[in-house]
Ligand binder design. Sequence first.
Ligand code: AHR
Length: 640
Amino acid sequence: MRSIQLAALLLIICPLGALAQSSATVTIDTSKSAGKVSPTLYGIMTEEINHSYDGGLYAELVSNRTFQTSRGLSLENWTLIQNGDSRAAIEIDKTTGPSAAIPHSLKMVVASAGPKADAGFSNSGYWGMAVRPSTTYRGSFYAKADSSAPGSLTVRLVNGKTGAVAAATTVSAPGNSWQRYTFNLKTGALAASADNHLEILAEHTGTAWFSLISLFPPTYKDEPNGYRVDLMEKLAALHPAFLRFPGGNYLEGDHISERYEWKKTIGPLVDRPTHPTPWTYRSSDGLGLLEFLNWCEDLHMEPLLAVYSGYSLLQEHVAAGKDLEPYVQDALDEIEYVTGGTATHWGAERAKDGHPAPFHLTYIEVGNEEYHDQSGTYDARFAQYYKAIKQAHPELQIVASAPVTLVRPDILDDNDHALHTHFYRTAQQFFQDVHRYDKYDRSAPRILVGEWATREGSPTTDLGAALGDAAWMTGMERNSDIVVMASYAPLFVNVEPGGMQWPSNLIGYDALHSYGSPSYYAQVMFSSNLGDQIVDSKLDTANPRLFESATFNLKTHHLFVKLVNASSVAQPIHVKLSGTSSVESKATLTTVSGRTTQETNTITERTRVVPVVTSIANAGKDTALTLPKYSIEVLDLVVK
Ligand code: AHR
């Protein structure tokens, strides 16, 4: 047959998009360790962005609970209620509040009210409030009243669509000085929904003041002031080894005066003044330093504590030397709060806050993205922090967030200024860079990839991004003797309009539901199938979009082979093992794939792209597989 005819015939049988790749081979020598897998390789990075905490992980249902927004004191999310013929007004009162930290309040004046004509105010939550059947919600507020007090108050959860009362209770009449009142709201049989708001109502005339109005659903491990259960469960499935906190830009603030001041985020909520963030909204600081540490404890993560370094985003800095001393001392105090015994000042404060046992701490990071500091002062500022911290805590490992020369940190970012250690990329850029660390000088400082992500798809990333991520992770795994920590960012996004500031994120949610992006599932697959040894592997392929890594668990004898086929056609492959005497014929293959790179999960279609686990009956020293187009696989073999 003439070649032109053959080509035409091939096109009829195999339309272009369906052309097969020629077979590839990955050869793995399980007897040859190429280094140890860092036990802290996969972690998570977090900051208050995209309503990650307020309206996200922090389970508080009441938004703007202390009437402070980025635009100042405000009744945003609060609405006056005048039922029947009642007459009332609400306003901010700057002259009275429950504490020095919150010296203002909501003033309610009820001019006319009665049993069937009560008046008060409501809170709309974070784009609604999730209410579920047979659930107890724990609430509280600070209040006081004038002599003509409006009497006892009705507190209730109401469905805004149907008008149905989901739960109601009575709180005794506020006295004439500030006090905290608590209540429980119990739901019965109802359909779960997010269309709810909280109401506080009076049946008598009078004036009362309110602040720090709070309502919590059941939280993860039932912790007070705790975390949203579904989001914590999603994080737990990532098996994160560490938590990098409190940011990101959130650590730095736009101005020095708006930095993350940890001392203002501890203790009773009423003593936390809240603070502006660089991500357009104000943080309630309900999730403060102790809550970050409890979060670490809950998920068995090592804290990677970032301390403020004297630089804020709008190019403000504190000069190294005398001026910087109070900031360095603040970092030392913070370390004492985390690790000090109860005989130390800050250890005793932590005990008072409810956690007498010191937390385990190994890693400190000084600042964030300091290569943006145009003053060029980071080197000197870092050296000052480094010396002071090392002197007090020689056991701590200190991470620099930009290249430095005066002292050598224990873990340093990549010295490449242009790319640096934060890799926000396209999938194609990651495909081209997967061998970045293969030839890295093993005597150079180790690497923390503190933020990275393929930024394709919004509000959460799509399958194409997951392929870029997975390819990049194969490179980090193969080099996890020197890439010791890596954390994707950003972690969370509230997908409601106005909830998002950064367009590509790992986990999305609204008030009621949450979902993982395909990138999230890629991470779950990689981090929950990880050996302790990097094993020697070689990929032989003509497909430039095929990637692999292999790690072996010496104790359990599981060999985890990660395979990524980012091409648009299926990829036949042989996984060949040497250096092993036997391979169990039963193996497991976990696959995530899709028809297009745009395929994704959304708040309404939450599990469209998820991993599928299949059993393989005929695995061996030569296991033949066909990797679907646009797919990520983990082959789990038991090797003796
Ligand atoms: O992850 C979003 C932002 O990206 C972080 O706050 C900052 O460190 C980086 O520029």
